[in-house]
Ligand binder design. Structure first.
Ligand code: PMP
Length: 353
């Protein structure tokens, strides 16, 4: 339904549809790449303390404290850090701040489905670059873009990581344009592009606390970049509402970024679980793309992905199936606990008997 009251922007907007949220007891939810482990106990303690003390006061509009702590973690200055309401908001602000309506930006065709949504919403022309046959991103096709570049590393939903040397080539050939690397899953991968920030002022790295820090419900994402890029994001944020992050989220996020031991433990655990899950899936005839994320992207030689998705759902296991060309025969499966992965494998054995 369209309405005469709608603006042009609303008319051309097709909202992003996130993974299903079925509210069933006993559902094994492996469809939206959440962390199977709770956040650090320090997070809960910090939120409780804040709850008891200061809710009558506004939070800091500049988020200095949290930005400083994130900066410390990465050896960066507060002026290199921007914090938003989930990385989805950080990405939205980045589209507004760095891309415009006269120059075409590029992102991979198989990638995070929010990019085309934002591009249409903010009237940014875009070109979707096809992936190589092995689902890797063809870096050369991102050289010398007209309006800028955005892609996730590791890519989603393919889970494949792009080496920093290749990222450098993309940055070098786009010196006058902003290159946004969406590192939602980087903590399950290898080296972050954050290490390139001292060399490239056109680089914006976007990260989230939703995955490796177990805080999807708290909505904290952040961007790391040169002070001039960060200042642009601050301008956009302040124009909307300087108090975008509430006191509880700030307290929780500060506790999460400073509890490195807990973060290392849970992240390593998920990587180990991923590695044996991949081996077990392969034994069962699945083709598994090389994963550097907290999910795997798989297809089967004999069983159609959509059938497997439906049969798993009947057994109360929810995985992600995309009905997009090129990937309609693939499933994206979040890595859970060892027990959860065993349940998945046993259920697949029954389905594929
Ligand atoms: N980027 C990518 C590639 C993602 O998969 C997600 C999670 N769906 C996000 C960004 C957004 O995460 P959040 O808003 O929870 O920080």
């Amino acid at each position: 339904m369209a309405s005469k009251f709608w603006s042009e922007t609303v008319r051309r907007t097709e909202p992003y549809v996130p993974g299903e949220q079925l509210n069933l007891p006993n559902l094994l939810k492996l469809n939206t790449n959440e962390n199977p482990y709770p956040p650090s106990p320090n997070v809960t303690a910090a939120i409780k303390e804040e709850l008891d003390r200061k809710l009558q006061l506004y939070p800091s509009p500049t988020l200095e404290g949290l930005r400083h702590k994130i900066g410390d973690y990465y050896n960066l200055d507060t002026s290199n850090v921007f914090v938003g309401n989930g990385s989805d908001e950080v990405l939205a602000f980045s589209f507004m701040a760095f891309f415009n309506s006269t120059e075409t930006i590029r992102f991979p065709k198989i990638s995070y489905s929010f990019y085309p949504v934002y591009a249409k919403l903010f009237n940014v022309p875009f070109e979707e670059v096809g992936l190589n046959r092995d689902f890797t991103i063809p870096a050369e096709d991102f050289f010398q873009s007209e309006g800028g570049v955005i892609f996730p590393n590791p890519n989603a939903p393919t889970s494949i990581y792009m080496e920093l040397e290749t990222i450098k080539d993309i940055l070098d050939s786009n010196q006058d344009k902003v290159v946004i690397i969406d590192e939602a899953y980087i903590d399950f991968a290898d080296v972050s592009a954050v290490t390139l920030l001292n060399k490239y002022e056109n680089l914006l790295v976007v990260q989230t606390m939703s995955k490796s820090r177990s805080l999807a419900g708290l909505r904290i994402g952040f961007a790391l970049g040169s002070p001039e890029l960060i200042e642009a994001l601050m301008r956009i944020k302040d124009s909307f509402n300087s108090y975008t992050i509430d006191r509880l989220a700030i307290a929780g996020a500060e506790a999460a970024i400073t509890d490195t031991a807990y973060f290392n433990k849970t992240t390593e655990k998920i990587i180990n679980t991923r590695e044996w899950t991949v081996r077990e899936m392969k034994k069962r005839g699945f083709h598994v793309l090389p994963s550097s994320a907290n999910f795997i992207f798989v297809n089967h030689y004999h069983y159609a992905a959509e059938d497997l998705y439906k049969k798993l759902k009947e057994q109360l296991i929810l995985v992600r199936h995309f009905s997009k060309p090129d990937i309609e025969n693939y499933l994206r499966i979040t890595i859970g606990t060892d027990d959860q992965m065993n349940t998945l494998l046993k259920t697949l054995d029954l389905i594929m008997e």
